[in-house]
Design a protein around this ligand. Structure first.
Ligand SMILES: *Cc1c(COP(=O)(O)O)cnc(C)c1O
Length: 430
C-alpha cells in the first residue's frame, strides 16, 4: 500500500501510524544490556577477554551520552569527513525501467570513499576519551584497515592492523595506504593466513594490550558492545538521509535498500527508518549461484549458529564450522551477518534479497554510464536491487545507500568485464 497524496495520508494515515509503532522504542530495547537483539548477539568470550570487552562497554555507555563527545564527533563529521553527504536523485537511471524514482545516499563521497570511516572515527574518539594510545584491528581486503589507519592518524594514535599473509599479497595498494598513514601492518602467518586467522590474532593482541589499546571491529559484528557501537556510529547515514529525502520530496521513500556484508552500512541506513511507513530491503551477494562456496547469502541459506563470540545466522556445516563463501565484492564475502539483521528478519521488518555477480556488474556499468557515478562493487548489489524494484513497481521511490566509490575496483573490473561490452547498456530514455 502506498500513500503519496494528502488524501491517501488521511485515509491510510491511521494504518501507517500504527503499522510500525512497535518500533518507536526500538533503540531503547535493542540490544539488551548484555547485548542481545532478541535471540542473537551476546558476548561469548574466553574468561581472560571478558574484562577488556566489559571495559569497552562501560566506557561507551558512559561516554556516548556526553555532550562533549557528541559535539566533538559532530565537528569531526563535518570538518574532516565532509558530512553530511548528499542524497542524489538519479533522474536518468530512473527512466530506464519505468517511472520509479531512484535516489542515492552518497556515502561514496564520505572521506576515504566509503561508509567505514563513520564508525572508525567514532571508535577513535572513544579511544581518545578512554585515554588509550593504540587502535587494533584485523582486516581482510584492507578497506577497514585503511579507514582505521586514517582515524589513528587523525587522533595521533598508534595503529596495529592484523592481516593474513595471503591477503597482504593480494591487497598491495591497501597495504601501502595503511603504511603511508602510519599504521603497522602485522602479517598473520598461521592457518589459511586470511581473515579468520587475522581475527584470532587481533583478539590475542587485544587481550595482551587492552590497558593501552582498544579493539575496533570493522562491521556490526563480534561480541557485545561492538554490534551496537558500530550501528550507533553508522546511524548518521539514515538520520541524514531521512531528513534530506523529506526535504527534497516532502514524503517518505516507499523503500530503502542497502547491501549487507557484516551489516554496518545497511543498519546505519535502516535503523532510523524502522518506525516509518517504508519497506526495507537488505541485499546479499548470490555470487556465482546457489551452490555452497559460490555465494555469501547468509540470510537466505544460513542457519542459527555462533562465530567469533556472538550468535547470528551463519553459513556453517553440520559441525558448526563456517563454510567457504564467495562474492565478486570482497567486502561482502563473510560467512556470518550482524546479529541485529537476524533479529530484524525474525521480526519481519527487513526483507532480505539476493543479487548475483552479473546483476551487480550490470548495475555498476549502468550507474557509471547514466549518472557519472562509478560505484563500489559492494554498493552495486544495492543498485542492482533498486533497478529490479523499479522494473517491478514502475512507480514510487526507492532510496539506496551507495556505500562506497568504485575507484578501488576498476582494475579488476576492466580485466574481467572490459567496459561492460557484454551487457545491454543502451536504453532510449529521452
Ligand atoms: C566493507 C564494505 C561493505 C560491507 O560492509 P558492511 O559492514 O556490510 O556495510 C559495503 N560496501 C563497501 C563500499 C565496503 O567497503
Amino acid at each position: 500500500m502506498k500513500c503519496d497524496t494528502i488524501i491517501d495520508n488521511v485515509i491510510f494515515g491511521g494504518f501507517y501510524m500504527n503499522q510500525y509503532k512497535d518500533f518507536d522504542n526500538y533503540l531503547k530495547e535493542f540490544p539488551s544490556k548484555d547485548g542481545y537483539f532478541g535471540a542473537y548477539g551476546g558476548a561469548y568470550l574466553p574468561e581472560e577477554l571478558i574484562p577488556a570487552f566489559r571495559e569497552a562497554d562501560d566506557a561507551y555507555e558512559a561516554i556516548c551520552h556526553s555532550a562533549q563527545f557528541i559535539n566533538e564527533l559532530r565537528r569531526i563529521r563535518k570538518e574532516f569527513q565532509g558530512r553530511p553527504t548528499p542524497v542524489y536523485h538519479c533522474e536518468r537511471l530512473s527512466k530506464i525501467f519505468g517511472n520509479c524514482q531512484i535516489y542515492l545516499k552518497r556515502e561514496d563521497l564520505n572521506h576515504t570513499g566509503a561508509h567505514k570511516l563513520n564508525h572508525c572515527m567514532g571508535e577513535g574518539l572513544l579511544a581518545k576519551f578512554m585515554g588509550k594510545k593504540k587502535l587494533i584491528a584485523e582486516t581482510g581486503a584492507g578497506q577497514h584497515g585503511v579507514a582505521l589507519a586514517t582515524a589513528a592518524a587523525y587522533f595521533g594514535m598508534e595503529c596495529d592492523i592484523y592481516m593474513g599473509e595471503v591477503d597482504i599479497a593480494k591487497q598491495q595498494p591497501n597495504v601501502i595506504r595503511m603504511k603511508m598513514l602510519g599504521a603497522n601492518v602485522v602479517p598473520v602467518t598461521h592457518g589459511l593466513k586470511t581473515l579468520k586467522e587475522a581475527v584470532d590474532a587481533a583478539f590475542d593482541a587485544y587481550l595482551k594490550e587492552y590497558k593501552d589499546a582498544i579493539y575496533c571491529i570493522g562491521s556490526t559484528l563480534g561480541p557485545h558492545p561492538f554490534p551496537k557501537m558500530v550501528r550507533d556510529f553508522q546511524s548518521v547515514i539514515g538520520i541524514e538521509a531521512r531528513e534530506q529525502f523529506m526535504e527534497m520530496t516532502g514524503i517518505m521513500p516507499d523503500a530503502v535498500a542497502a547491501c549487507v556484508g557484516g551489516g554496518s552500512n545497511s543498519l546505519g541506513m535502516f535503523v532510523p527508518f524502522l518506525a516509518d511507513p517504508v519497506e526495507i530491503y537488505g541485499v546479499e551477494p548470490l555470487g556465482r549461484g546457489e551452490k555452497t562456496g559460490d555465494h555469501a547469502a547468509t540470510m537466505k541459506f544460513g542457519t542459527k549458529g555462533r562465530l567469533h563470540g556472538f550468535d547470528s545466522y551463519l553459513l556453517q556445516d553440520e559441525n558448526g564450522e563456517p563454510l567457504p563463501v564467495y562474492s565478486i565484492a570482497s567486502g561482502l564475502d563473510y560467512p556470518g551477518v550482524g546479529p541485529e539483521h537476524a533479529h530484524l528478519r525474525d521480526l519481519g521488518r527487513v526483507h532480505y534479497e539476493v543479487v548475483s555477480d552479473e546483476e551487480a556488474m550490470e548495475a555498476f556499468f549502468l550507474l557509471s554510464r547514466y549518472e557519472g557515478i562509478i560505484p563500489a562493487i559492494e554498493s552495486s548489489h544495492a543498485v542492482a536491487f533498486a533497478l529490479r524494484y523499479a522494473k517491478e513497481h514502475k512507480t514510487g521511490s526507492i532510496l539506496v545507500n551507495l556505500s562506497g566509490r568504485g575507484d578501488k575496483d576498476i582494475d579488476y573490473v576492466y580485466e574481467n568485464y572490459g567496459c561492460g561490452e557484454k551487457f545491454k547498456l543502451d536504453y532510449d530514455i529521452k
